[in-house]
Write a protein that binds this ligand. Structure first.
Ligand code: NAD
Ligand code: MG
Length: 394
């Protein structure tokens, strides 16, 4: 690498730039204009904020996934030298553009799988926020990443914490990974109280400001279940080596216990800009102006065991991980359906686990799925889960 290469700004594509992770990633870019440049911005529906972002960050390309919104976007950016595209195929092609160094996958849900696979095939470093990609098809994504020698850098705060704990430990035996969980807004609710909790209550996360889907997943603890599966694929450990501990303060972001019994933890403010920046700057650690932990304010760090009876989604995710094959894909699809229904007040909080469990029983199990099987599984599991939601026979 010559000196010019060192000076070159990293070109970043942000999939889902209008969301919680996407907007925070843009703050990281703003913080380091000498290091990073936005090459592509993409969104699903929020045209107005995509237009504002394009004006501010001057990317080469913008893509709107919803094709109905194309005309308005194109018109609004007519006076700029930016390429404007629409649709899923465009999204998958844009990530392959030669100048791109890093693709941040910050869109939500199963929709992240295909463009992430395209980016891996194009050899782009993946800053992975979209955990659903690894939940749905972790084995396939890992194989692809190995084949194309593409690094997958975790953005999820727990996985970034583990990744940071593992720096310098190459080859040293890992005994277990300890994922911390805030426990969400219903941590102390009784089973009876959980029967009547509302969408508004679920959307009030105690420590993190996130998109609606992951906020509901945090309230049901499906998010932690998904993170356990994500950790299995990212760090190549056995399921029994992954432990969840509830830590309501969200100061310790996760831990690694090594073969000698020593435990390393990564601590910091609950601020997603930190793990996003680390994924961008790795292997370097660069400075930032983000708020620091103040130990005169955080005077106690507490730990509890997760309750899989009250938070049945966590148990269902563990079960899916143990059964393997397309089962996590089934759980993900059913979960997307029930979370959407819950946000539209079409299902009760505890009803979500019932539908997921029934969908796991009903959908066709495939032990060794290929890509097409995941696509078919997603369609089938969504159909089954939607029927259960509609018939409310759960
Ligand atoms: P969000 O709802 O705030 O934003 C989602 C973004 O993806 C938006 O820009 C939206 O336009 C785009 N999008 C949604 N559906 C799409 C589709 N079908 N096709 C193309 N684009 C689509 O979500 P978020 O909270 O930023 O989360 C994004 C991802 O990051 C999720 O997978 C989530 O689990 C993960 N994550 C988020 C956080 C967080 O703090 N928000 C933390 C860890 C991991
Ligand atoms: Mg997380």
């Amino acid at each position: 690498m010559n000196i010019e290469d060192h000076k070159k700004k990293k070109q970043i594509a942000i999939l889902g730039s209008t969301g919680s992770i996407g907007t925070q990633a843009l703050q990281v870019v703003e913080e380091h204009p000498d290091l990073y440049e936005v090459y592509a911005l993409t969104a699903n529906n929020r045209v107005e904020s995509l237009i504002a972002q394009a004006r501010k960050f001057q990317p080469e390309v913008v893509v709107i996934a919803n094709e109905d919104k194309y005309a308005g976007l194109k018109e609004a950016l007519n006076d700029m030298p930016v390429k404007v595209y629409a649709g899923m195929d465009a999204l998958c092609q844009v990530v392959e553009a030669a100048p791109i160094d890093i693709v941040l996958t910050a869109m939500v849900g199963y929709a992240g799988l295909k463009p992430t696979m395209s980016a891996i095939r194009a050899g782009k470093a993946i800053a992975l926020a979209n955990k659903e990609t690894l939940v749905v098809a972790g084995e396939l994504v890992n194989e692809l990443a190995q084949q194309y020698r593409t690094p997958i850098l975790p953005v999820d705060s727990e996985h970034s914490a583990i990744f940071q704990c593992l720096v310098g430990e190459f080859g040293n035996p890992i005994e277990k990974l300890i994922l911390t969980a805030s426990g969400g807004p219903f941590r102390t609710c009784s089973m009876e109280e959980l029967q009547t909790v509302t969408k508004v209550q679920a959307l009030k996360h105690p420590n993190w400001e996130m998109g609606a889907k992951i906020t509901v997943d945090s309230a049901t603890m499906m998010n932690k279940g998904f993170e356990v599966i994500e950790a299995k694929w990212l760090f190549g450990v056995r399921p029994d080596q992954i432990e969840v501990v509830v830590h309501p303060q969200s100061v310790i972001h996760s831990m690694v216990q090594f073969g000698d019994g020593s435990v390393k933890a990564q601590l910091g403010m609950p601020d997603m800009r930190l793990p996003i920046q680390y994924a961008f700057s790795y292997p370097e650690r660069i400075s930032s102006s983000f708020e620091r932990l103040d130990f005169s304010k955080c005077t106690s760090l507490t730990f509890e065991q997760p309750d899989m009876r009250r938070f049945r989604n966590l148990a269902l995710a563990y079960e899916a991980m143990h059964r393997g094959g397309n089962m996590p894909c089934i759980v993900n699809a059913a979960n997307e359906v029930v979370v959407d229904a819950f946000l539209k007040e079409g299902i009760a909080f505890l009803g979500m686990s019932d539908v997921i469990e029934k969908t796991m029983e009903r959908a066709s199990f495939i032990k060794n799925p290929v890509y097409e099987d995941y696509v078919a599984t997603d369609v089938e599991a969504r159909r089954i889960a939607s029927e259960f939601v509609r018939s409310s026979c759960v």
